[in-house]
Design a protein around this ligand. Structure first.
Ligand code: ZN
Length: 84
């Protein structure tokens, strides 16, 4: 390798959000990851939602009243039919 053009390649501490940490070579000193071999469903064999920024919660919130609204509109339509 040419001198002076490559970043230093050293041991870097990798930290996962699950609490696991391990060392691997990198040009950075510290790397934070969201998923690793200790918590990825492929290795654990358990189902897990890989949910970034609470997207599943947002979806649940948005459509929590969706089924209720549909029922209400159906009831209105049925009462209109009875009046005819
Ligand atoms: Zn992990």
């Amino acid at each position: 390798m040419k001198k002076g053009i490559h970043p230093p390649y050293q041991n870097a501490k990798h930290t996962c959000v699950c609490g696991n940490s391990f060392t691997a070579k990198s040009t950075k000193k510290e790397i934070k990851v969201e998923i690793c071999s200790a918590c990825h469903p492929f290795f654990t064999g358990q189902q897990k939602f890989v949910d970034t920024a609470g997207r599943v919660d947002r979806f649940k919130k948005r459509y929590a009243n969706y089924t209720k609204k549909v029922k209400v509109t159906e009831e209105k339509e049925s009462t209109q039919d009875q009046s005819k």
